[in-house]
Ligand binder design. Structure first.
Ligand code: C2E
Ligand code: MG
Ligand code: MG
Ligand code: MG
Length: 279
């Protein structure tokens, strides 16, 4: 009988909402502590060449080393950090780390460009632009070897000042790359209005390769028309890699090559590669 009682349903719903809100509040507090106590860490996932299988760049991916919950992935806290107004502070930390690493890499023979993810929310905040403008002097990084990965929602036009900010970032020398391409509804007619250097084909399209890859071919020719570089994301099989190589997609990222790894491991992968090349 309680089952069909609408007021009981209402109470259950309210309880659930309250629990959710309390949970969010707890995570927000947790995130503030994480920032203070340096609990964030960047992993790097190599991006490799489909023909030579050499590492050609690396993407920084954020993790949270939670004292009780262990390693927490970005999908479980970025959204909350955005809502809690903490993404700017976290994003600043990420950008500084990547800039420092890029500078460190710069002096090595085996240097490769790096990429970092930028939340749409950061783009509408003017402090992000000033931060990025200050990094070359502050860290010695070379912005032309740093890609900023943004999602398609930015192109949709619902982010205030996005185009101006991206143009200014581009002017600074940074590479602008569209992440998870094909998952949003980016207005294709708008794409050429943005200073885009590359696109990353979302991993959901890797399934398409198994059935002929017509959509991936379409995205590849679109990228070609835009004169943008392409990376295929989420490549998990040798078949996918060979298909990409045969169809003119030179760069791939995915578990087939490597999972995201700690910074030191990423550096040793690069070092090993350069030693092999020297043999
Ligand atoms: P993303 O930028 O599209 O990054 C690729 C995600 O796919 C990563 O998940 C990576 O571990 C995963 N991945 C890579 N290869 C494969 C594969 O072969 N198969 C499968 N199934 N997955 C693969 P991760 O690290 O959990 O990051 C998730 C998302 O969180 C990222 O997607 C990015 O949008 C966001 N993110 C990560 N770091 C940051 C950051 O520093 N700032 C912001 N704002 N967002 C971040
Ligand atoms: Mg990315
Ligand atoms: Mg992606
Ligand atoms: Mg993603």
């Amino acid at each position: 009988q309680a089952k069909s009682d609408p007021s009981a349903k209402c109470v259950r719903f309210r309880d659930r909402m309250r629990r959710l809100r309390d949970e969010h509040r707890a995570i927000k507090k947790d995130l503030e502590r994480a920032l203070q106590k340096n609990e964030f860490i960047l992993y790097y996932q190599p991006i490799a060449c489909t023909r030579t299988d050499k590492v050609v760049s690396g993407e920084a991916l954020l993790r949270w080393q939670h004292p009780e919950r262990g390693m927490v992935g970005p999908d479980d806290f970025i959204k909350i950090a955005e809502d809690a107004g903490l993404i700017d502070e976290i994003g600043t930390w990420v950008a500084e780390q990547v800039a420092h690493l890029q500078h460190r890499l710069h002096n090595l023979q085996y240097a490769v460009p790096l990429a970092l993810n930028v939340s749409p929310r950061q783009l509408s905040d003017s402090s992000f632009l000033s931060l990025m403008q200050s990094l070359p002097l502050a860290t010695g990084c070379d912005p032309s070897d740093i890609s900023l990965e943004i999602t398609e929602s930015v192109i949709l036009g619902d982010i205030p000042n996005a185009r101006e900010t991206l143009t200014a970032l581009k002017h600074c020398g940074y590479q602008i790359v569209i992440d998870d391409f094909g998952t949003g509804y980016s207005n294709l007619a708008y794409l050429h209005n943005y200073p885009i250097d590359g696109i990353k084909i979302d991993r959901m399209f890797m399934e398409d390769i198994g059935t002929g890859g017509e959509i991936v071919k379409l995205i590849l020719s679109l990228a070609n028309a835009l004169d943008a570089g392409v990376v295929a994301e989420g490549v998990e099989t040798i078949e996918q890699r060979s298909w990409l190589s045969q169809n003119g997609c030179n760069r791939y990222q995915g578990y087939l090559y490597s999972r995201p790894v700690p910074e030191e491991r990423f550096l040793s992968m690069l070092e090993t590669q350069s030693q092999i090349a020297a043999m």
